[in-house]
Design a protein around this ligand. Structure first.
Ligand code: HEM
Length: 273
């Protein structure tokens, strides 16, 4: 039913008059747009045209990283509580975000090395290497490496605590081992786990939910690897063999990380199927 300047109706027993909420909430206030859109501060002076794109794209990545952490944490917890369907559902959402993250590199590549060069010298020693959320995703996924915390420059106490908690907390792989245990498999040794994975793969009629979850983990792993591969090629296109602003060798360092896999046993399994 329409009422002049709004739409009225009952939802869940509550009278709602859209457009007549007394201005309590607006699109802008709900999304905190004034604050959000005020966070793109250029370092270049006079302003380099492409720096806004560079800042925006990194901020968008960080927002998605926040969402990915939210989903991966819930997926791990769903595995721990035996809700395999929910764990898989959330991982599938993460896959979609991860595909978007890789595609976004295309937008940044519309920036030329010359245009990047106008402001790149202003960025050092800041670098994506210092992305706390990126490292949290790696730790939560299964690649815990405390040396990254030591190598971080300029961590705030809150960030250090967050990374510390991720290093302590169970990973997705730990949770998957709990799933295997509840399905009746021993998981004490690596050979136990290999054996369990072969049995799950060989009897999908019986272990279908566990198999699908394992596949969703492999997909997460593959999409993370795809991002790393896409990022390093973009880096080579932008800065060639120059060192990174974070102080690493640049593309050489990034290439050394391409073989990282969160779930090596799930990949090994392929060779025996
Ligand atoms: C012009 C574009 C970019 C260039 C030239 C670039 C360059 C680099 C380089 C050289 C490194 C190695 C560390 C260092 O010494 O700085 C690095 C690491 C990293 N960058 Fe980028 N990057 C770019 C865009 C992005 C974007 C858009 C993201 C999205 C968040 C990102 C995230 C990361 C992350 C997470 C690392 C750490 C990777 C790891 O340790 O495995 N970078 N980047």
């Amino acid at each position: 039913m329409s009422t002049g300047d709004g739409v009225a109706g009952r939802w869940d027993g509550v009278d709602i008059h859209f457009g007549e909420e007394g201005g309590r909430l607006t699109y802008g206030s709900y999304l905190r747009l004034a604050e959000l859109l005020d966070q793109q501060r250029l370092e270049s002076d006079p302003p380099a045209h492409d720096e806004l794109l560079f800042i925006t794209i990194h901020q968008v990545y960080e927002l998605w990283f926040k969402q990915v952490l939210h989903e991966l944490t819930a997926s791990r917890d769903a595995m721990l509580s035996g809700e395999l369907w929910l764990a898989e559902h959330l991982l599938r959402r993460v896959h979609t975000i991860e595909r978007t993250l890789t595609q976004q590199v295309d937008i940044l590549e519309t920036m030329t090395p010359q245009d990047f060069g106008e402001f790149r010298h202003r960025l050092s020693p800041a670098s994506g290497f210092q992305s706390v959320q990126f490292r949290e995703i790696e730790f939560l996924s299964g690649a815990k490496d405390p040396s990254f915390v030591k190598r971080f420059r300029g961590l705030t106490e809150t960030e250090k605590a967050r990374l510390g908690q991720r290093l302590e907390a169970p990973t997705l792989w730990d949770a998957f081992l709990v799933v295997l245990g509840k399905a009746g498999f021993a998981t004490d040794t690596e050979d136990d786990v290999r054996d369990a994975l072969r049995k799950v793969a060989g009897d999908r009629g019986h272990y279908g939910a566990v198999w699908e979850l394992a596949e969703a983990l492999v997909q997460h792993d593959e999409l993370a690897a795809a991002w790393r591969a896409r990022h390093v090629v973009m880096v080579e296109r932008m800065i060639g063999t120059k060192p990174g602003t974070g102080g690493s060798s640049g593309a050489g360092y990034l290439r050394s990380r391409l073989d990282l896999r969160y779930y090596p046993l799930l990949w090994d399994l392929r060779s025996s199927l």
